[in-house]
Write a protein that binds this ligand. Structure first.
Ligand SMILES: Nc1ncnc2c1ncn2[C@@H]1O[C@H](COP(=O)(O)OP(=O)(O)OP(=O)(O)O)[C@@H](O)[C@H]1O
Length: 757
């Protein structure tokens, strides 16, 4: 950079003029002040027959979502400003993610964010994601950004020199030189402003690219299918905040810091080298001493900005989570009239956040006061002293300051003008130096804040990476469970301790040593009182909860659903999208088209679940609505059953998913499922459903984890029912005794009342 500036200095005036003209033309073209090339481009597009898509084509692209490429990758169809752009998506492979896990060992919960070795290690691990290779576009932007940073520093020196020269011409009453100087001043303004604008632009661009890289990585990591299911098992409080806001803040802080750190550092080196010519050895040593003293004072008064930023992000996440809970559960809250209560909860979360932010502001007052005092006043005073030293202490007249070639040709024939020029140039450089020092100190504060955000992002990534894949069940033609203890996995009950992760205090075993086998056509009903572990059995069967050593779950590999069994939960999930998307979930429109199914097939399914009126009522298959609010509870459950008929799995688990459906429709849906050859496992407390099943699994619920498995309609089941009838009869016989006792007690009470005074 210094070489570059020296090189420019060495050019003769004619060469300098040509160089500046060339620079001006390049900047003008790049700044799009001239729109010619763009008009030509648009005209060419028109001539080539490239037109704007129609609204129908836009809707079609929205519905289709992506196009599959022959090489297996997907092109996402993004509709934006009336156009469709295709973005090639190349997901990070699971192998690559697994290999990266070694870069993300878990942080100890006691770790407090700071600018230290741990921070650097964490930052490097994340930077590997942001800058995947030397040839990536992000590196190119970084190089371009750095080039503009150097250019800005060079221009600053040129401005300081010009400033000195203008004042020199003024003092020596050189009108021609003065006007020439003003002309240069305006010419220099063009590249200076352009450089500043480009710096801001490239900084934002770098932040956006980093955000895209990290978001894609976290999406691939977080939204992983079986056997990873990280989105289900993460167990980190405020995960949404980590995945959205924190990523954004981190990228902004990172891209901002680069410029904020490099620019003042460059400035300091260049300005110091320029000034050292004026100041001499003694002055330069004193300048270095000033730097050291400043850094020491500010380090001593700098608060723990990193930790403060991490706490702020967590509190922001809690507040956001409260807001989205109300948005999600609005109707339930309204039925309970819980607005006031929710307001209190939200207000508390908000006040906690605001109190924290306020305390940061207060902490900042003292810090910023010291910082301003040191940077603005101490440095300026030191600057005056340093400039004065050569004049006050050195008797020998020295040619000091930045070299200029004025009308005098560098001869000192006007001592006052010469001194004024040197003073103005040096003073401007010193002011710029103070400004650079200030920005460097601000950058240290930014660095601390980046440390806090890095810890947050690193915690997310390391927690995601630390989840081992779930065991993949072996293939079988039937569903087989042998010697399985159904227990709540420890990772599912973790508590977020701000930055850390705490395991569950004890293990909760719901069902002990569970064994059963379901061949195709063996329909199982699971029953037992609330909270006994019925849904937990489904979680184990679906592979959501791992099985302990010694136990085993075997399932068929079924193409219709990736996990071998298709589970319909009690609360049916409604996906964002069209009516068609609700029915085919988790299939996409492309999957639907590839499956060969038609609208007529879909209609048949809707008839089977008694929802045939929906497409006409809602305005067709492609209408988009907030289906969670539009459909009633029973309609949603019927839609859940429609999905089962659409996917037609070999085995389906229905977890109380018809509890809001009328009994007649429920019965016809069960008959339809069986006629399609779907083997059902129903979790229900409704005895009326028993007739559709062949086996009954009853979980005892006495805390021992015991269960009974009986065949429905067999001698064994009849014996079981007889036994229960006998138990009830013997209890009924005691009813007479209990009634006699009640009468005795009533008499006793009335006697007591009479004897009272
Ligand atoms: N992630 C979890 N963390 C902690 N406890 C859990 C978790 N999941 C389930 N449990 C506990 O395990 C027990 C069984 O839950 P499960 O959902 O299997 O009950 P259920 O028999 O299906 O109940 P219901 O009939 O009310 O639906 C409950 O006491 C529940 O609190």
């Amino acid at each position: 950079m210094i070489v570059f500036s020296k090189h420019i200095n060495s050019l003769d005036p004619k060469q300098k003029r040509s160089f500046l003209t060339l620079l001006f033309v390049v900047l003008l073209l790049r700044s799009r002040l001239i729109t010619g090339p763009r008009d030509v481009f648009n005209a060419l597009k028109k001539a080539a027959g490239i037109r704007k898509p129609t609204p129908e084509e836009l809707e079609q692209a929205r519905q289709q979502l992506y196009r599959r490429n022959p090489d297996g990758t997907k092109n996402l169809l993004v509709t934006y400003r009336g156009r469709i752009s295709e973005v090639n998506i190349q997901p990070v492979s699971q192998d690559e993610l697994a290999a990266n896990a070694k870069n993300f060992p878990l942080v100890p919960p006691s770790h407090k964010p700071n600018v230290d070795r741990i921070f650097l290690r964490q930052l490097v691990s994340i930077l590997r994601i942001t800058f995947p290779s030397w040839r990536s576009k992000e590196v190119f932007i970084l190089i371009l950004h750095s080039t503009f940073l150097v250019l800005r520093t060079v221009l600053s020196v040129a401005v300081a020199r010009l400033d000195g020269k203008i004042v020199r011409d003024l003092v020596s009453a050189d009108g021609k030189g003065f006007l020439k100087g003003i002309g240069f001043w305006f010419a220099l303004a063009v590249p200076s402003i352009y450089t500043n604008t480009m710096l801001r632009h490239l900084q934002s661009k770098l932040s956006l690219r980093a955000r895209t890289r990290i978001s894609r990585y976290t999406h691939d990591l977080y939204l992983s299918s079986h056997p990873n299911l990280r989105y289900y098992r993460l167990g980190l409080d405020g995960a949404v905040q980590y995945l959205t806001s924190d990523v954004n803040s981190f990228c902004d802080a990172l891209s901002g810091l680069y410029g904020n750190l490099l620019k003042p550092a460059l400035d300091i080196v260049l300005f110091t080298s320029q000034l050292s010519r004026t100041l001499g050895l003694r002055g330069s040593c004193m300048l270095a001493l000033t730097y050291y003293a400043t850094a020491a004072i500010l380090k001593a008064v700098t608060p723990a900005f990193g930790r403060l930023a991490a706490v702020e992000a967590r509190l922001e996440g809690e507040y956001r989570a409260g807001m989205s809970r109300i948005d999600r559960e609005g109707e339930e809250i309204a039925f309970y009239g819980g607005g006031k209560r929710e307001r209190e909860i939200l207000r508390r979360a908000y006040l906690q956040l605001i109190k924290h932010i306020n305390s940061i502001y207060k902490i900042r007052i003292a810090y910023e006061w010291t910082e301003d005092y040191v940077i603005k006043y101490l440095w300026s005073a030191a600057g005056y002293v340093l400039i004065a030293i050569p004049y006050l202490l050195t008797r020998r007249k020295r040619h000091v300051g930045v070299q200029t070639t004025g009308p005098t040709g560098g001869h000192v024939d006007n001592q006052v003008a010469d001194r004024t020029e040197t003073y103005i140039s040096s003073r401007r450089l010193l002011l710029s130096l103070a400004d650079a020092g200030g920005r460097l100190m601000y950058a240290y504060k930014d660095l601390l804040e980046l440390a806090g955000l890095t810890t947050r992002l690193y915690t997310l990534l390391s927690t995601l990476h630390s989840l081992p894949p779930l065991p993949v069940p072996s293939d079988s033609t039937a569903v087989e469970v042998s010697h399985v203890d159904v227990k709540v996995p420890t990772t599912a009950v973790t508590v977020d301790e701000g930055d850390g992760f705490m395991p569950a205090p004890h293990e909760l075993v719901l069902v002990k040593d569970l064994s059963f086998k379901l061949e195709e056509g063996d329909h199982l009903m699971i029953t037992g009182s609330n909270g006994v572990g019925k849904t937990s059995v489904a979680r184990v069967l679906a592979g959501l909860w791992p099985v302990q050593e010694g136990g085993e779950v075997r399932r068929p590999a079924d193409e219709s659903c990736r996990m071998g069994v298709f589970v319909v939960p009690q609360r049916v999930y409604m996906v964002e999208g069209t009516l068609l998307d609700q029915m085919i979930y988790p299939h996409s429109y492309v999957d639907f088209k590839e499956s060969g199914k038609t609208d007529a097939d879909l209609m048949d399914i809707l008839i089977a679940v008694h929802l045939a009126y929906l497409p006409a009522r809602e305005g067709g298959w492609s209408v988009r609505k907030e289906w969670r609010d539009v459909l009633s509870g029973g309609e949603k459950q019927r839609m859940g059953m429609a999905r089962v008929f659409y996917h037609r799995p070999k085995f389906a688990i229905l977890d109380e998913c018809t509890s809001a459906v009328s009994s007649d429709v429920e019965g016809s849906m069960y008959e339809h499922a069986k006629s399609m050859g779907i083997t059902l496992t129903t979790i229900s407390l409704r005895p009326s459903l028993m007739k559709y099943h062949t086996q009954l699994l009853t979980l005892s619920g006495d805390g021992s984890g015991s269960y009974t498995l009986t065949r429905i309609g067999t001698a064994e089941e009849r014996v079981g029912i007889d036994r229960e009838i006998q138990t009830l009869r013997s209890k009924l016989q005691e009813v007479d005794k209990w009634e006699a006792r009640v009468q005795e007690l009533a008499k006793l009470l009335s006697v007591q009342h009479e004897s009272e005074p």
